[in-house]
Design a protein around this ligand. Structure first.
Ligand code: S3P
Length: 435
């Protein structure tokens, strides 16, 4: 069934049984990027067929890479580090921050010029965080006076390695510089202020280009080749997160989500929920193409408010919309700080979530870098997603515990990361409708 523009959730229902969710978005992007610039063939299974990852795929097709897709299976014929061709027109990365920031790094050292652009939301997001260090590496790259898209890269620059102290905890920034480092002379070193997701490091290593990590210091040498590899993409923890929280807060729920990526630099939401009193176990833990994978078992239990440890923030960054719903369903007060990055996601997720929580009768207060939420009872009401996929899915979960119908407007963007959310939610026990 197609994603509809507006979701309507009736109170009640509980979640039970086994489910699967689509492939990991971060890993799917990286599989296309590395497969395209590797030598030989890369076969990807479990690829996320979402708008964001398809935008990355299309961008490489525009640069002359042969990529065939059959459902979630992808076959890429790599063109090697120097084999990309000038795209005939600007690369439009839609809503996807990961595509545009990683591509800026990968394309900064090419021989050709390229323009990068995106949709209205992406055109508001900060790009100087990647442009400034790329220019220090001798890239020629420009954006608008506001530091936003469109970005123009002038080709033919010889990049050189730098040592860069990252001012923000961002895996997109780290990955951008590591990819630029493939094309730079010498060594490129990034020093993280806090650990962030490490999928790029793991996948580069699997493609034959080792990344050295000493504490927070990550370095890569200039490379002359990557070798095509098979990539089995696990299910996306960030998509599973909506059902993990739903099962944790809706009485009587008991679910198992199969084959989910549980990379320790991604799964801090589990630690946060466990601190709140959630019952969660990882079953059948194993490794798949260098990434930890498990089945996640969640049962309902009464959650309690907590102060979220700041060290966990970057490794739970995409899960805060749904963590806020858990906080609103918990007993007592939950406080989050150190999360200013939430303000520059697909929407300002502090303001978007505040508006929706208040609309559903929850007491909450926005901080510059976080939020204070008092647990309570969701009323029925109407919520705006601010065209942000994770806001739409988070409030759909809240609807299960509401006293009346919850309507979430503007849900089309759910397709960027979780096509099929609506059907999966219905199958697993949510009383969700659309129109
Ligand atoms: C991502 C990194 C995160 C995350 C995004 C995906 C990635 O962004 O929010 O959804 O794949 O590298 P930041 O690294 O900018 O926090």
């Amino acid at each position: 069934m197609q994603q509809a523009n507006r979701f309507r959730i009736q109170p009640g229902g509980k979640l039970s049984g086994q489910l699967t969710v689509p492939g990991d978005k971060s890993i799917s992007h990286r599989a296309i990027m590395l497969g395209a610039i590797a030598e030989g063939e890369t076969n990807v299974s479990g690829f996320l067929q979402g708008e964001d990852t398809l935008a990355t795929m299309q961008a490489f097709q525009q640069m002359g890479v042969s990529i065939e897709r059959s459902g979630s299976n992808i076959r890429i014929i790599g063109v090697g580090l120097g084999g990309l061709k000038a795209p005939g027109k600007p690369l439009d990365l839609g809503n996807s921050g990961t595509s545009v920031r990683l591509l800026a790094g990968l394309l900064a050292g090419q021989r050709f010029d390229v323009d990068l652009t995106g949709d209205e939301s992406l055109r508001k997001r900060p790009m100087r965080r990647v442009i400034d260090p790329l220019m220090q590496m001798n890239a020629s790259i420009s954006c608008t006076d506001d530091g936003t898209l469109p970005v123009h890269i002038t080709g033919g620059q010889q990049l050189h390695g730098i040592e860069y102290d990252m001012p923000v905890a961002s895996a997109q920034l780290k990955s951008c510089l590591l990819l630029a480092g493939l094309y730079a002379s010498g060594t490129t070193i990034v020093i993280e202020c806090k650990p962030t997701r490490d999928h790029t490091e793991r996948m580069l290593t699997a493609f034959g280009c080792p990344v050295d990590k000493q504490g927070q210091r990550i370095s890569i040498q200039s490379s002359n080749k990557l070798v095509g590899n098979d990539v089995h993409v696990p299910a996306d923890f960030s998509s599973a997160a909506f059902f993990i929280v739903a099962a944790a807060i809706v009485p009587g729920s008991d679910i198992v989500i199969k084959n989910v990526g549980v990379n320790p630099t991604r799964h801090a939401m589990l630690d946060i929920l466990k601190l709140m009193g959630a019952k969660i176990d990882l079953l059948n833990q194993r490794e798949q193409t260098g990434e930890p994978v498990a089945d996640i078992h969640v049962e309902y239990s009464q959650l309690n408010g907590i102060t979220i440890p700041e060290a966990l923030v970057p490794i739970a960054i995409d899960e805060f919309p749904i963590i806020f719903i858990a906080a609103a369903a918990a007993k007592g007060v939950t406080k989050l700080s150190g999360a200013a990055e939430l303000r520059v996601k697909e929407s300002d997720r502090i303001e978007s979530m505040l508006a929706g929580l208040l609309a559903l009768g929850i007491k909450a207060e926005a901080l510059g870098d976080g939020m204070i939420i008092e647990g309570g009872k969701f009323s029925g009401g109407e919520v705006n997603s601010f065209t942000d996929h994770r806001i739409a899915m988070a409030f759909s979960v809240a609807g299960m515990l509401a006293t009346d119908t919850v309507t979430v407007n503007d849900c089309t963007n759910v397709a960027t990361s979780f096509p099929g959310f609506f059907d999966t939610a219905r199958q697993i026990g949510m009383h969700i409708d659309h129109g």
